[in-house]
Design a protein around this ligand. Structure first.
Ligand code: PRE
Length: 94
């Protein structure tokens, strides 16, 4: 287990200090998540542009089902909801 995520018993520090460290770790996770969401959005837009330029549909509902199933399988119902938010963000105005 990494020092950052070790159980409290294994880390003899002041709880407030430890909470500060853990919040720093959460902030780093959030920054990565935001960067990934932005990257995903750019990729999704590029696919949409390519499909539109080729005369295709704006959306691919079959593909959306795959994405939602992946999030749901990994993270449960809230994960599927998270996947839906990501898809909605990529859709923009319909
Ligand atoms: O994979 C695609 O074909 C995409 O257009 C990407 C994406 C997505 O954001 O995951 C976006 C819109 C589609 O309806 C399905 C999936």
């Amino acid at each position: 287990m990494s020092p950052l995520t070790a159980s409290p018993a294994a880390v003899p520090t002041d709880p407030a200090e430890r909470i500060g460290e853990l919040r720093t770790a959460i902030d780093a996770c959030d920054a990565e998540i935001i960067e990934l969401v932005q990257r995903r959005l750019a990729i999704s837009h590029e696919i949409g542009s390519l499909r539109a330029a080729a005369g295709g549909t704006r959306l691919s509902l079959a593909r959306e089902q795959q994405v939602l199933a992946r999030f749901g399988d990994a993270l449960g119902p809230d994960g599927a909801a998270l996947g839906m938010l990501l898809l909605r963000q990529g859709r923009g105005r319909l």
